[in-house]
Design a protein around this ligand. Structure first.
Ligand SMILES: Cc1cc2nc3c(=O)[nH]c(=O)nc-3n(C[C@H](O)[C@H](O)[C@H](O)COP(=O)(O)O)c2cc1C
Length: 163
């Protein structure tokens, strides 16, 4: 067991040992253009009412648009969508290029392919250090067959049954 004082690199390294799914968050910006980013801070929060949460870095170029959005969508990626994880996290790419997008509640840009998809109305925002936590009330959901894409120690992975 190692219990040494840690720096931010060590903090990130230890956090990377917590395997997560990967989501793409989308919304409409103030000018109506679709915005989105890759997010692994997504999590369930409440069953009644149905709430989910995720957090956005204050340094994100999409911070203003996603914080101000009244509606947002969360797409849980399936294991065939690894490339989308990088497409929606790269700064120099058209994130919606060559994607099948459909319109959801209030014109939300929705990715047709997903493992699960949640259309949400923003319920609350909370300041938290260098991030803001965004809580959404789920208004509509959708599921598709497949298996989930995972993120573990900085790399993409997929589920292997443990026993
Ligand atoms: C696997 C993965 C998970 C990420 N999770 C988050 C997240 O939860 N919150 C966040 O603000 N950015 C997250 N990012 C970073 C954003 O996807 C994006 O790269 C970053 O916001 C910079 O782009 P932007 O300035 O255009 O938003 C994640 C990136 C990757 C690759």
């Amino acid at each position: 067991m190692s219990q040494v004082p840690f720096d931010s690199q060590g903090f990130r390294r230890a956090l990377g040992r917590f395997a997560t799914g990967i989501t793409i968050i989308t919304a409409r910006g103030p000018d109506g253009a679709p915005v989105g980013l890759t997010c692994n801070s997504f999590g369930s929060l409440s069953l009644d009412p149905p709430l989910v949460q995720w957090s956005i870095a204050k340094t994100s170029r999409n911070y203003g648009a996603l914080c101000a959005a009244t509606y947002f969508a969360v797409h849980v990626l399936d294991s065939s969508q690894g490339e989308l994880c990088w497409q929606f996290s790269a700064r120099n790419r058209d994130r919606f290029a060559s994607l099948e997008v459909e319109e959801g509640l209030a014109g939300l840009p929705l990715l047709r392919q997903h493992h699960a998809r949640f259309e949400c109305e923003t319920h609350a925002r909370h300041e938290a250090g260098d991030h803001t936590i965004i809580i959404g009330r789920v208004l509509r959901l959708c599921e598709q067959d497949g298996d989930p894409l995972l993120f573990y120690r900085g790399a993409l992975s997929r589920i292997v049954p443990a026993c």
